[in-house]
Design a protein around this ligand. Structure first.
Ligand SMILES: [Zn+2]
Length: 609
């Protein structure tokens, strides 16, 4: 399916039914400053919001990494889907009939098939659990574990019977190919090429993507089969280190409460839900990854880690906290009584008990400190110093200076050593780390800082050459003031130095010829499949919005910059020609070139005057 077959009017109709602020707001927290909304960019790591969304223009732009575009580009980037898929999703949501003939893109087709198979499997497993004799024992098991019928329905829990082909038959009858279902992770293939159900005799927990579509399963055995928990491995539609259990359901509650509870198991999430806690999610069998931390961070800055009450759980929580802190999250580690997991605790205690436990949560620093403290005996002076040195290592890891100072004071009192001597040691450790970080974090240079409201984009402008800015300014005028733009077009023609500028200019010229008034939204649509141009367009809009249309002075000096740049480029090529001529000793040519070079130098000088 190509773009050409969907009329522009229909695409525009779909686009205008959605407010980009709402759509972006589904993924990141936005705060309004003046006429623009700001948030933390979901496409690069940063601590100061430089991701701007304009409700007025219906575009977004990141001053940090340069990403930008309209609502379609945003969704394409964040969901990893193509234009048609996004259009289809939005038209479904808006209830617009989009008669797209079936995609011929194989991968897109396959993805769709795999999701469809999961959706059907989830319904079928759910039906078996609630409505059939086969599901009775599993149903009883769930009730015994404290799940209510409402919960079972809300979370679409199901049962995969102890059969090698019940799901296979069900799906094959509905037109799915067995090989496809292996790729989906629903069937397995034996050595002698026989296909069979992967999940057997297990209670099934559907795992949804950020849009609530079932893309994987977690299965818990109700017998003695190993492993106790069997989860879908990574597939074309599911990646356990990039998905989070229950995110689509929890998202509005995370936003509303301003915090998230992170568990390690889906059963914990469901137990919490039964207690009336809706802002919880879980990792999916891996330790928390940086991708997951970023997803969490897009929704809130406050995270509570509720892991098992044993050493392994504690260590995992410390690791997860470090990952979240690297994404500037504020993390509290909630400690459960020894030997208990969150589900146990929630089943046996009241909501108030759980809330008290959360209240008592601690920071990674204090938890690590406690662990180290247990290793040493303070009766021996030497051990006290060793303890202090270990604690300084952790303090050095803390990013905020005031926090470091606070903990240092605390430590000084605790071990009865002077602050000065501790500061000396800390400085050494910080220096060591700084050197380490310089090697480690080259990508940080992308992060810039902007002021809320004023959003003076000094930083992003100052690093780009003047002629680049000049070319962009001209393009901006050509888009926003067709009358002036046409005159400029005659002067400039193809004199743009940047290929993407030329491309954009060519498009604008073609609009002029066809009598079409240019606009950002029209251009974004025409360049939908060229992210670089979309970025350029969104940056133009945010860069020049204060531009004074009536001022000619601006344009003249801008044109001058472009003219100068053109002459300089020509001069440069003459100079390299001269270099070659000198080497090959062609006298006539040398003289001629020298004359030309002088002309150009004169022209440039005149321009500057
Ligand atoms: Zn960015």
């Amino acid at each position: 399916m190509t773009r050409e077959r969907i009329p522009d009017e229909l695409i525009e109709d779909i686009r205008t039914r959605f407010d980009i602020v709402d759509i972006v707001g589904r993924y990141i927290e936005l705060k309004k400053k003046g006429r623009t909304y700001f948030g933390l960019c979901p496409f690069h790591s940063e601590k100061t919001p430089s991701f701007a969304v304009s409700a007025e223009k219906q575009i977004y732009h990141c001053f940090g990494c340069g990403s930008g575009g309209n609502v379609f580009s945003f969704l394409m980037n964040i969901e990893g889907l193509n234009f048609i898929e996004i259009l289809k999703n939005l038209s479904d949501e808006a209830g617009i009939e989009l008669s797209i003939k079936e995609e011929n893109n194989e991968e897109v087709q396959l993805k769709k098939k795999l999701i469809e198979a999961h959706e059907l499997a989830a319904k079928y497993y759910h039906y078996i659990l609630l409505e059939t004799e086969m599901g009775k024992d599993a149903y009883k098991y769930l009730l015994n574990r404290g799940f209510t019928k409402e919960t079972i329905i809300d979370y679409q829990l199901g049962f995969a019977p102890d059969s090698f082909d019940i799901l296979k038959k069900f799906l094959v009858k509905r037109g799915f190919e067995q090989a496809q279902l292996v790729e989906a992770g629903l069937l397995s293939k034996s050595k002698n090429d026989k296909y069979y159900d992967r999940f057997r005799n297990r209670v099934m927990f559907p795992i949804a993507d950020s849009q609530g579509r079932v893309i994987a399963f977690g299965g818990r055995t109700i017998g003695n089969d190993e492993p106790k928990y069997l989860n879908t491995s990574d597939t074309l539609i599911y990646n356990k280190s990039k998905n989070l259990y229950n995110l689509h359901k929890a998202r509005p509650f995370i936003r509303a409460s301003g915090s998230v509870l992170v568990f390690e198991g889906y059963i914990d999430v469901i137990s919490a839900y039964q207690k009336g806690i809706n802002n919880s999610i879980a990792t999916l069998g891996t330790s928390l990854t940086i991708e997951q931390a970023r997803i969490i961070r897009r929704n809130t800055e406050k995270a509570y880690l509720v892991y098992d009450g044993d050493d392994a759980g504690r260590d995992a929580a410390i690791r997860a906290s470090t990952v979240l802190e690297s994404e500037k999250a504020e993390v509290t580690i909630v400690q459960l009584p020894k030997g208990m997991d969150p589900d146990d605790f929630l089943q046996k205690n009241s909501l108030t008990d759980f809330e008290e436990l959360i209240e008592k949560g601690t920071s990674r620093y204090h938890l690590q400190k406690q662990i180290i403290r247990d290793k040493y005996s303070f009766d021996i002076g030497e051990e006290k110093v060793k303890y202090a040195m270990e604690i300084l290592d952790i303090i050095a890891d803390i990013e905020q200076a005031p926090k470091r100072e606070y903990f240092l004071k605390e430590l000084s009192k605790e071990v009865n050593l002077s602050e000065d001597s501790l500061i000396d040691e800390l400085k050494k450790k910080l220096l060591k780390q700084k050197n380490k970080n310089i090697v480690k974090k080259p990508a940080q240079k992308w992060n810039n800082h902007i002021n809320y409201g004023k959003h003076s984009h000094n930083q992003s402008i100052s690093i780009i050459p003047a002629y680049q800015k000049a070319e962009r300014e001209i393009l901006w005028i050509m888009i926003n003031d067709a009358e002036k733009g046409k005159k400029l077009a005659e002067k400039i023609r193809a004199n743009f130095q940047y290929p993407e500028h030329s491309l954009l200019a060519a498009k604008i010229y073609s609009y002029y010829e066809d009598g079409i008034t240019p606009s950002i939204s029209k251009l974004l649509l025409d360049f939908q499949d060229q992210p670089d141009i979309c970025k350029l367009l969104s940056s133009l809009e945010f860069q020049f919005e204060q531009y004074d249309k009536d001022s000619n002075k601006n344009i003249d000096s801008t044109l001058l910059i472009i003219e100068k740049r053109k002459l300089e480029a020509e001069l440069k090529s003459l100079q390299s020609e001269l270099e070659i001529a000198t080497k090959t000793g062609k006298q006539d040519m040398i003289v001629e070139l020298l004359k030309k070079i002088q002309d150009y130098q004169k022209k440039i000088k005149l321009l500057i005057k």
